[in-house]
Design a protein around this ligand. Structure first.
Ligand code: SAM
Length: 259
């Protein structure tokens, strides 16, 4: 069935030129875009597309079957948190920017899941006692990390180094997450430096990290890294293994690409 399109299919005139191309992908970002989804200029190129967010949520649940509580530490416009609601009993959302928190609340409302997300405004690197108290009463089983990638420039590099990511080196992000849970899921550029990814694994974790290259609309969109002692090994029927060495890697093809 053809997706129902908005009658106004022209780019809004007040949209800055550099983000106009994202408007044409609005239904990839949120299938229910026309029901009132709101994005800021920054969120237009930052939000996780809905099919990818759904896939990640399903994968985290399948690979951590006992997990009940997830923290979306860099929650943005809510793309991931909204999808986590369907797989987890409790979803903590955090973002440092109060405008993004408002956008995420609003967008979760469009999907009818606002009351199922615990919205927190705050700095993930400097958690306040109210956040820590919440995590103490409902301990976080897995931390999902979709930190800023330093803008669209990552796309122009052959290899994207985790250590030179602005404003936060990914190593620092992982270090902060490990204070909350030993199980973490990272959403990174597809050209991320693999040696640096392998080096992220704490010595206490004996299982290899799992990398999934996610493809959508015929191109590789991102790599997702699952790190932690509680992840169970599994291979999905829609993944193609690409290498088994220090890590296990696979390519996951989105349903649209397979059709
Ligand atoms: C790539 S976006 C996340 C997009 C999100 N996954 C989505 O689907 O909407 C990164 C987010 O991290 C937030 N952020 C940046 N520094 C932060 C910090 N220290 N603590 C918490 N959030 C932070 C930004 O405000 C931004 O919304």
């Amino acid at each position: 069935m053809k997706r129902k399109r908005s009658t106004a299919d022209t780019v809004p005139t007040d949209m800055p030129k550099n983000i106009r191309k994202y408007w044409y992908r609005r239904y990839d970002m949120f299938r229910r875009f026309d029901e009132g989804i709101k994005l800021s200029n920054e969120m237009w190129f930052s939000v996780t597309p809905e099919a990818i967010a759904l896939y990640i949520s399903n994968q985290v649940k399948l690979r951590l079957p006992d997990a009940k509580v997830v923290l979306d530490a860099f929650g943005g416009a809510g793309g991931n948190s909204i999808q986590f609601v369907y797989d987890f009993d409790k979803v903590y959302y955090m973002d440092i920017n109060n405008e993004n928190v408002a956008l995420a609340r609003h967008n979760a409302g469009v999907y009818g899941v606002r009351d199922y997300i615990n919205f927190m405004e705050g700095d993930f690197f400097n958690l306040e006692s109210r956040h820590l108290n919440a995590f103490e009463s409902d301990p976080v089983d897995v931390v999902f990390l979709s930190p800023p990638w330093g803008g669209p420039a990552y796309n122009t590099q052959a290899v994207w180094n985790l250590s030179s990511c602005e404003p936060y080196p990914i190593q620092d992000v992982v270090k902060a997450a490990l204070k909350i849970s030993p199980n973490i899921v990272l959403y990174l550029p597809r050209n991320s430096n693999l040696d640096e990814i392998v080096d992220l694994i704490p010595e206490s974790v004996s299982n290899r990290p799992v990398l999934q290259y996610l493809c959508q609309n015929g191109h590789c969109a991102a790599v997702v890294v699952y790190i932690g002692p509680d992840f169970v090994a599994r291979r999905d029927p829609d993944t193609i293994p690409v290498k088994e060495d220090e890590y296990e890697a696979s390519i996951a093809i989105s349903p649209e690409d397979k059709a």
